[in-house]
Design a protein around this ligand. Structure first.
Ligand SMILES: [Zn+2]
Length: 172
């Protein structure tokens, strides 16, 4: 699933279309809302693809702000802090194996996971010779859900380029 952001009156190719999958879109739009809510807040629900968006003036203004953020180094600092935040999140218990690292539900049993022999690397890491879970690679824990949502300066740059050339946009 993705967010297709369509330029309403594109000046050129770069303003025609911007696409992020949902994982990338959420942090990007949150950035716009958090840092430039006075403009981005005009979109009713930027996290849903319901066709809402910004007119030409507002889209251009947001593009200029994002560009300035990048030039000032603000976006890079935000990216660093965002990554540090993700790294600070505690891992969560794997639901498939209830944190044991060995999947014993019917699907796990059917696929031989409780008795599967581990390769050398995994058995050293997991301190056992047998028993697997495909949900957590046998570790019993998974990275926090939010780590699925990446953010980067490059992505902001692409969005800014789009905004400056879009003539307004709608999120579809
Ligand atoms: Zn598991």
């Amino acid at each position: 699933m993705g967010m297709d952001v369509i330029g309403k009156n594109a000046k050129n190719k770069r303003g025609e279309y911007f696409r992020n999958n949902v994982w990338w879109w959420r942090p990007l739009w949150n950035y716009c809302l958090t840092v430039h809510g006075d403009i981005a807040g005009a979109v009713k629900n930027g996290h849903s693809n319901n066709g809402d968006g910004l007119d030409a003036d507002k889209a251009h203004a947001l593009g200029m702000r994002l560009q300035k953020d990048i030039e000032d180094g603000f976006t890079a600092k935000y990216e660093t802090e965002y990554r540090e935040y993700l790294l600070s999140l505690p891992q969560t218990e794997c639901q498939l194996c209830k944190g044991t690292g060995i999947r014993r539900d019917p699907i796990g049993v059917e696929n031989g996971m409780p008795t599967r022999e581990l390769d050398e690397e995994d058995s050293i890491l997991l301190k056992r010779s047998h028993g697997w879970c495909n949900g957590c690679s046998g570790q019993g824990k998974k990275d926090a859900w939010d780590t699925n949502y990446p953010f980067s300066v490059e992505n902001v740059q692409e969005f800014s380029d789009f905004l400056l050339n879009s003539g307004g946009f709608s999120i579809c």
